[in-house]
Write a protein that binds this ligand. Structure first.
Ligand SMILES: *Cc1c(COP(=O)(O)O)cnc(C)c1O
Length: 381
């Protein structure tokens, strides 16, 4: 909560001011020259750097145990800018196959157009990962836990494999948040977040971030200047405010999700529940090793047809039928008709997305209210 937010020097303001300024003035021409070269601490232009955004970057760095971080106008800006910072024509990128939709587009469709070779391997199969590394692999890209089936990747093992060929390990850690998982301490090189989700936590901002060693963050920021996916100072301020309650929110979400997952796994209309906190999760032991909490997202399959699942999501009274996750309100989404519509039923089946799968981003409501709501909606299917 306090990290990187000292009292404002001039006024003593407890909250960080919003420096809603696109540019910064100078009185000495020589200072302009220095600042443009990146010497000294002066701000020049907000696409390069802004004092409110800078506070936020320092705050996330402390939370992730990183030397520095960079913020972006969206999670996808953070992901695309960071990936593009470490690949070039002729290099190879290895990724897991369970990827966030637009990340899949970036790696599967976009990078090959730039002459970057890409391979995707089965998400939980570390042996396949080792077999597919190449001499020219510069980036290994993983997500853990994955969307929407909550599979895990062994972060420490993936880091050792990547480093063995001189590649960097980039991880999208959005689902875990810095409260539940610290990938850098397990050997990852760059941690990526859609700050839209748990960092901000209130469904009112689109933002993204990358945290890493200082030299890596500098490379990423250099590319950010060119691609231009900078975060607006006001959105940075909202995210700073959101982060102050992240620990309380995420711990409440961990508890609620565990309770809901246990309830659903006993329900006769539920065929399967995916949640790393359940003993029945195939990677529960790994979850215990690499996570401090199991997170606020679960998914489950309803017994019945796609129509039954649609009926369920419509019948909820507390939870809201909406895209996105990580906010204080419980949201549900049916991946087959919302987030994964670009894939064929067969492609969805391959990564475990059935027609009746429902993803739940659990909020901070009373667990009893959620259980009652899910119970009455299941009764209507
Ligand atoms: C939402 C999300 C993204 C994309 O973030 P935006 O802020 O929407 O651009 C990337 N990865 C994961 C895991 C996400 O949940």
């Amino acid at each position: 909560m306090h990290a990187a937010e000292p009292l404002d020097e001039e006024t003593g303001s407890v909250t960080t001011p919003i420096y809603q300024s696109s540019t910064f003035g100078f009185t000495k021409a020589e200072e302009v020259m220095k600042a443009a070269k990146g010497e000294g601490s002066s701000f020049v232009y907000t696409r390069w750097d802004n004092p409110t955004v800078r506070r936020l970057e320092k705050k996330l760095a402390e939370l992730e145990g990183a030397e520095d971080s960079a913020f972006f106008s969206s999670g996808m800006a953070a992901i695309s800018t960071s990936v593009l910072s470490f690949v070039r024509e002729g290099s190879h990128l290895l990724a897991v196959s369970d990827l966030y939709g637009e990340t899949y587009r970036l790696i599967h469709d976009f990078l090959p157009r730039l002459g970057v070779e890409t391979t995707m391997v089965e998400t939980t199969d570390i042996v396949q990962m080792r077999r597919n590394l190449k001499k020219n692999t510069t980036v290994v890209y993983i997500e853990s836990p994955t969307n929407p089936t909550l599979k895990l990747v062994d972060i420490a093992k993936a880091a050792r494999l990547a480093h063995g060929v001189g590649a960097l390990l980039l991880i999208d850690s959005t689902f875990a948040s810095p409260i539940n998982q610290k990938p850098l301490s397990l050997g990852a090189d760059v941690v990526l977040h859609s700050a839209t989700k748990y960092l901000n936590g209130h469904a009112d901002v689109i933002a993204g971030a990358a945290a890493a060693r200082r030299d890596l963050v500098e490379k990423i920021k250099f590319v950010r200047r060119t691609l231009g996916g900078t975060l607006d100072p006001h959105a940075a301020w909202l995210t700073l405010r959101g982060i102050k309650t992240m620990a309380v929110r995420v711990r409440a979400q961990n508890r609620n999700t565990q309770a809901l997952a246990e309830y659903l796994s006993r329900h006769k209309k539920v065929a399967k529940v995916n949640y790393p906190g359940l003993r029945t999760h195939p990677q529960h032991a790994l979850a215990r090793r690499q996570m401090d909490g199991y997170g606020g997202v679960l998914s489950f399959e309803i017994r019945g047809s796609m129509k039954d699942a649609m009926k369920f999501t419509e019948s909820l009274k507390v939870a809201i039928l909406a895209a996105s996750l990580g906010g204080v309100e419980t949201l549900v989404a049916q991946p087959a008709i919302l987030t994964h519509t670009q894939l064929s039923a067969e492609e969805r089946g391959k990564i475990g997305i059935s027609e009746t799968l429902v993803r739940v981003s659990v909020g901070i409501e009373d667990a009893e209210d959620l259980i009652e709501d899910f119970g009455q909606a299941l009764a209507r299917t």
